[in-house]
Design a protein around this ligand. Structure first.
Ligand SMILES: Cc1cc2nc3c(=O)[nH]c(=O)nc-3n(C[C@H](O)[C@H](O)[C@H](O)COP(=O)(O)O)c2cc1C
Length: 178
């Protein structure tokens, strides 16, 4: 089984990336996890280029190929100004016409240092994924509030409630694949 993870944050010490790292530690051994780290390499989405068969961009091809090969996908993102980070939305826009998300089991997580947990952005992310016909059910969505308080000094996830939520989410995500 292959699971593709995407952090919506480009920050080196991102809490969202660390949550994804914590999730990988909870996965069964038969799951191969790959982190997609090419958000900053993707060109700005342009429907003219997307519809041009003679145009090929190596990073767009790579992003599409990774998604196509993945049995399931997990996205974990911060909220920027009550919306999705532009680089993540840009990456998702490249997938609208090519259809890699269709019927793909996909988990959506938002995390924020604020008590709302990026809930507005989670709603927006789920809306975008549903528009692309991804399989994103209610048990595949999670918002993590006060995220910065959930890590130990070494940067590892220390909060048992969040670990349990991530474990439940991973089980629900991989169930249809199994
Ligand atoms: C430009 C900017 C806008 C932000 N807007 C929001 C927001 O609307 N809601 C929110 O909960 N947090 C907001 N934040 C705080 C982020 O949630 C916080 O920086 C978070 O740790 C980023 O995730 P990361 O650690 O994975 O990079 C914003 C941060 C930045 C830099």
């Amino acid at each position: 089984m292959t699971l593709l993870g995407i952090s919506g944050s480009l920050r080196e010490k991102s809490a969202n990336s660390r949550l994804l790292a914590a999730l990988t530690e909870l996965l069964p051994p038969n799951v191969t996890y790959t982190a997609y780290e090419g958000l900053a390499e993707l060109p700005h989405f342009n429907p003219d280029l997307d519809g041009d068969d003679s145009w090929e961009h190596a990073e767009v091809q790579r992003w599409r190929a990774l998604l196509k090969q993945a049995d399931a996908v997990v996205i974990c993102t911060p909220e920027y100004a009550r919306g999705l980070p532009g680089s993540l939305k840009n990456a998702l826009d490249w997938m609208v016409s090519s259809g890699e998300f269709v019927n793909k089991p996909t988990a959506a997580i938002s995390a924020s240092p604020h008590p709302e947990g990026g809930a507005v952005t989670l709603e927006s992310l789920v809306g975008t994924l549903k528009m692309m016909s991804a399989e994103v059910t209610d048990e595949l969505r999670l918002s993590v509030p006060m995220v910065t308080k959930k890590f130990a000094a070494d940067g590892r996830l220390a909060d048992e409630k969040t670990k349990a939520e991530l474990r439940r989410l991973a089980e629900a995500l991989l169930r249809p694949v199994r």
